[in-house]
Design a protein around this ligand. Sequence first.
Ligand code: ADP
Ligand code: MG
Length: 287
Amino acid sequence: SIPLSFFAGIGGASREGVLVKGSNYLETLANTKYVVFDKTGTMTQGVFEVNGIHHNTIENEKVLEYAALAEAYSSHPISISLKKAYGKEIDKNRVSDVEEISGNGVVVKVDGKEVAVGNVKLMKRLNIEYTECSHVGTVVHVAIEGKYAGHILISDRLKPHAKEAVAELKRSGVKKAVMLTGDADTVAKQVAGELGITDVYSELLPADKVSKVEELLSKKGEKEKLAFVGDGINDAPVLSRADIGIAMGALGSDAAIEAADIVLMDDDPLKIAKAIRISRKCIRIVY
Ligand code: ADP
Ligand code: MG
């Protein structure tokens, strides 16, 4: 039978906006010593602001228009931000042959022309010569019919409690905070630096995130548990692989909420340390 204090623990957590899917997760949570974070939408707001558009072969407005149309069917935070910056209705009749390559971007046809929108990885994959860019923030490259059209500079912001969330975890006895991201190294290092995270791995594909977590799992002590925290856009597999998967409930995807063991209803990373404290309290009552 399930001890009464476990119900109290789940109840207490839910009052804090932390949905724990089963009493067994409280024990895992209480022993969490490694917390691995995704970046976009987890530690950052996942709402990108367009800072600049640089054209190469066509004018700025066209670069943004093609990018927004190409992103018509994607629900990635970058896609949502580009469509918002474009600001006009997306005519899906102009869009066909949609392909989204996770951790890279999208390749689709707009007005019958092949449009590629994504990062350096995508440009290399398509053998498109791109312009290097030193912007500290995410760079979205755009190519049309195999020719480089320009890039859009966008930037994200930290969540208000992101830094405090890392500090609180360390205070509550978590040994290591790690950040994994599919984004570029410069952005990853900058964000990690602001958060006080020294272990940071960038430019990872969803499968690379799983391997990284497996590597960390193999190194830790048997009783030490590892939690992965993500928004589920490109990280549902790693959410299931960790000892405990924590997903963002508000901005997060349905796949993430499904794959996770714990859901943070208000997307506040500070709630992780709170949930750990609640779990430890009820484990102490039981033993
Ligand atoms: P994170 O690990 O930070 O959550 P993702 O794995 O979701 O990032 O994406 C990694 C990178 O892949 C993004 O920073 C972006 O460069 C590129 N990317 C992924 N999806 C898209 C998209 N729909 N449009 C443009 N770029 C994308
Ligand atoms: Mg993500």
